[in-house]
Ligand binder design. Sequence first.
Ligand code: A3P
Length: 314
Amino acid sequence: AAEEQKEEQQLTHELLASLPKERGWRTTKLYLFQNFWCQPKEIEAIMSFQKHFKAQDGDIIVATIPKSGTTWLKALAFAISTRKRFNVKENHPLLTSNPHDLVPFFEYNLYTDNNIPDLSHLPSPRLFGTHVPLGSLPDSIRESNCRIVYVCRNPFDTFVSIWHYLVKIRPENFEPFSLEEAFDMYCRGVVGYGPYWDHMLGYYKQSLETPHKVLFLRYEDMKKDITFDLKKLAQFLGSPFSLEEERGGVVEEIANLCSFQNLKDLEVNKEGKAISDFENKHLFRKGEVGDWDMVKGHMVFGLSYALSHHKAAL
Ligand code: A3P
């Protein structure tokens, strides 16, 4: 095993040397791997995930580009799909665990550091999260009858959210860079798992082609009417709310349990660390639509730039 590990490290080393690279947001470099940008540690984990993960028909995969509502969608998908096991009203796991602990990321929690996890013991349905673009998911995800739920958020708000997040989690000795530089990188697609447009369009097109396989949700719609999207999500996941549940207020209870304010105020989300070494509290900032107002001026130019580069794809 040690020999194999050494060989893999060598391969990663050679691979990195062959990839286009740019300055990173919180690490020295980002690499263009399989047409999306990510860090060496992520590449290693993603390659292991691609090689070893075997999807099962009942699996639920929460897919997003960072900062588009991953934490929220993980909480909702978990609460819906386990509601026969965990009563929403009492001792619910979401009250004592962060959503990222309950719905682990392939590339941050499961396949990191050359770990090949045994996932066979997990209760069904198994829930996982990923930021990996659709085209780079392992074949077994595409070939099995597992389901993918995706949330898309206005790219302006996603940018503002990632900017704030990375300022908080970036190592102290990391050379700071300006909002303008960051926005320029974002528009050129140079951001973790970007370009944004490719990521979103990959899942969007698949949701049109195979609507039973990929559910495409919008953060802004969820903020407007979470009850509607919760019902859609439950239906898609194969466990629609019964009339009895609807009358009994279960939909609202799940919405409240997973609401921004409720999750933000929980002790576990003020203190814990669920992803790498990053504090959970940074996952809950404002949770609003339209926070990009603060940088609107810079963005009008950036958007036209980005659109001109992606017209073909649109
Ligand atoms: P802001 O930085 O704009 O506040 P992700 O979960 O993909 O990392 O995205 C984080 C963003 O989602 C942050 O946006 C965060 O505040 C918001 N968020 C986290 N939990 C939420 C919830 N339960 N409802 C709505 N938004 C939420």
